[in-house]
Each structure stands twice: as C-alpha cells, then as structure tokens.
Design a protein around this ligand. Structure first.
Ligand code: ATP
Ligand code: MG
Length: 393
C-alpha cells in the first residue's frame, strides 16, 4: 500500500451515547497524544466520531506509532490511510496507485464507500460502482468478489477523501481516566498485572501497591515489579507505584498468629494498607489478581475474609478465569515473559503447610488481637512507602 499519510482512529458506539461523549473524546485525544509524543510531532484532531492522526515531521516510524495506538484503550479500529482531494479523478488516481503497490495478483476485491460529506456529488453506491470499474480497468490481476473479498478497498469522503485497505484492531474498552482510579495490589506473578490491565481497559487509571519483604525478598524481585508496572503503563499512562516494606509486619504475624491463618492475616493487613494508600491517592477501589479456588487463600470463604478487612470495593477481574485464560492475556499484553522470571514473593515465603481453606472470621479477628501494635506497624509501613513514578517509555 502507498505510504499512509494519516491514520484514522475509530472508537465505535459504546461510550459515545449520551452526555459523556465530549469527555470521552477529549480524554481519548489526550491519551493518544501522550502515547505518540515520544515519537515526534503529530496533529491529532477529532471530527465526526473519529480521530485523525497525522505525523508533522519526516522520519516518524508509523508502524511504531500504530503499535503504540494499539495500546490506547477506547480505540476499536486503526486505519492507516492515504488522503487525497475530494474529487473522483484524484480518488481514482490515488486508489489505483495504492493497489498497484500491493501484491494483488489473483486476488479479489470489493469497494466500500462512506460519504460523510453529503455535498459530495456521488452517493456511496455510485462511488463504489464507479471505483469498481476504475480498479478493474487499471489494476491487473484483480477480480471482484462482493461476498468474500481478499482486499476491501474503503473510501471515505469527509473533509478530504481517505482511502485504506487495512484495519488494525485497537484495544477496545474506554479511555483511561474516564472512569476514575483504582489501586492494584501488584505482585510479581502472572495474575495481578492481568487484573490491572482488565480494569484499566474499562477506563480506570491505576496506582499500584507492592509489598516487599527485604531481605527475604530480593532487590531483583522489586525490579521485576517495576518492570511489570512499566509494561502496564504503556496501556494506562503514569502509575504511582508504592513499594511498602512488609517484613516487620510479616515477622510479627509469624511470631504471634496461628500458622494455618498466616497467609490470610497477611492478606488482610495488605488490603488494609493498600486501602489507606488508595484513599490518599483518591483511588476508589482495590484490584487483586485472585481467582476462585486457585490457592487456599482464594476459596470463596477466604476471599470473604479478605474483603472483610476493608470497606472499599475490591475488584477481582480474574475471578472466574482459568490459569490458562489468564496466561493468554498475560502474553497478549507482553507481561508474561517478565511475570515468569523466578522471584520470591512475600506471600510465597513462609507459606504454612496446612492453610485453612474454610476460615472462620471470628477466629481470625480473635487471632489478630495478638498483634497489639498492628496500627503502629501499619502507620510505620505507610510512612516508609517508597513511591516510584512509572511513566510509559
Ligand atoms: P499473582 O500471580 O498475581 O502473584 P497469585 O495467584 O500468585 O497472584 P497470591 O500470591 O495468593 O496469588 O496473591 C493474590 C493476590 O494478592 C495477587 O494477585 C496480588 O493482587 C496480591 N498480592 C500478592 N502478593 C503481593 C505483594 N507482594 N504485593 C502486592 N500485592 C500482592
Ligand atoms: Mg503471587
């Protein structure tokens, strides 16, 4: 295809209805701008339910630009297009040039036209008919197939005429920032980055909280979490990653609480700390990577006990997914290779041999009474919270 000089971004219908539309479009425009800024100067404008992205400098790699736009939530389709003047001669000339540069031998085609500009003298069926004839006459090797064409030649008449044959899928969802913010409990595993990605896809900005048990967990484990947050930030924009020291609390729990409740009490304290950090950052919910029955601390009874430690809503988008389904998303979002690097998590060290799968909340609350200075330890941990601002690269 002739080199695309403009990219059309289509954002579908879902969020466009109602009063939210301008807010949605403004945010999408801003998010696309941020995703592209490191590559050079672009003009990004909105017109008739689409965004138009044009490079304003020579030498910008549009393939990389498209890859970046594929990570911006809210975009359904990305169409690299060639623009030309809005008259049938120019459209015919440009379309033929485009197709001649493609390998079309033995292939079939169909023309689809859309006329947003109702002043244009031909209507859509007329454009299709006329252009079909022009293509057959001028591009060798192509045949028409209106049902199942190899090449769909799309012509849109808007401010200018746009011609394209390629539609790259976007990430879908809603632009990050249109639905508030939530705090993701981010471990170094496979599930929590996927959980964060899924909630961000619905337009939610992310903060992340990671609990670190130095020296039982290494600096490498922390670096890995920073890398995962960077991978997520390509989709979500800036993430404030809070690294919270958890060793003292963990040792106190191990020292003072019954072995079979260690993990659950630890998870409850993590949730409480995360909730406080979330509130400070104006996040409205917590996100975890839990899935029913995956481990003892993720039975329904255990999840209820974890929820009971906080008052904020807890979102667990992986809740009904099999590990394999989570892995698929992890691979799709480029987190998998990082997630599977060996690491120690503070949940995986000191794991009790016989964790309770049917915990009793009264027993747990009772057991927690042994942590007499818990409030102080929580305040201490939060005071030592290291905030790492993760920006997309
Ligand atoms: P993941 O693959 O995300 O590590 P997991 O299946 O290994 O999850 P657990 O280790 O039981 O499950 O943790 C359950 C959830 O608790 C994680 O998905 C994550 O949201 C949170 N979590 C676990 N460890 C940490 C940690 N060190 N810091 C922050 N959150 C954590
Ligand atoms: Mg884990």
């Amino acid at each position: 295809m002739k080199k695309a000089d403009i990219v059309l971004l289509k954002y579908g219908e879902i969020a466009l209805k109602g009063l939210n539309r301008p807010m949605f479009e403004q945010r999408l425009l801003k998010n696309v701008g941020k995703a592209l800024a490191p590559l050079g100067k672009f003009s990004i404008r909105k017109s008739q339910s689409m965004l138009y992205v044009e490079p304003l400098e020579e030498g910008i790699d549009m393939e990389i630009a498209i890859e970046r736009m594929q990570k911006v939530f809210g975009i359904v389709n990305i169409c690299p297009a060639v623009s030309c003047d809005k008259d049938m001669d120019s459209i015919a000339k440009t379309t033929v040039e485009c197709l001649r540069e493609m390998d079309v031998e033995g292939k079939t085609f169909k023309v689809e036209a859309k006329r947003e500009d109702k002043q244009f003298p031909l209507n859509s069926p007329q454009i299709c008919q006329q252009m079909g004839g022009v293509i057959l006459k001028n591009v060798k090797g192509l045949k028409v197939d209106v049902h199942n064409p190899d090449i769909l030649v799309q012509i849109e008449i808007r401010k200018k005429a746009y011609i394209f044959t390629e539609k790259v899928s976007g990430a879908g969802g809603m632009p990050v920032g249109t639905n508030g913010k939530a705090a993701l409990l981010l471990s170094g595993g496979i599930d929590s980055p996927v959980a964060g990605w899924m909630i961000a896809k619905r337009g939610v900005g992310l903060d992340a909280v990671h609990f670190h048990s130095h020296p039982y967990t290494s600096d490498r484990a922390k670096e890995k979490v920073i890398d995962l947050a960077k991978i997520l930030s390509a989709y979500t924009g800036k993430i404030n990653l809070h690294v919270v020291p958890f060793t003292d609390i963990q040792l106190a729990i191990i020292d003072k609480c019954p072995k079979n409740y260690l993990t659950l009490i630890m998870r409850r304290v993590m949730m409480q700390i995360a909730e406080r950090i979330a509130k400070q950052g104006h996040a409205q919910a917590l996100i975890t990577g839990e899935s029913i029955g995956q481990v003892a601390s993720q039975t329904m009874e255990s999840l209820a006990v974890t929820d009971n430690a906080v008052s904020m809503p807890v979102f667990r988008p992986c809740i009904g997914m099999d590990k394999e389904e989570i892995v698929q998303i992890s691979k799709k979002i480029d987190a998998y290779e990082t997630s599977i690097l060996p690491y120690e998590d503070c949940c995986t060290i000191f794991v009790p041999k016989h964790p309770k799968t049917r915990p009793d909340i009264a027993e747990i609350v009772e057991a927690e009474q042994a942590l007499t200075n818990l409030e102080e330890m929580i305040e201490d941990a939060i005071a030592q919270d290291e905030v790492i601002v993760i920006q997309p690269e």
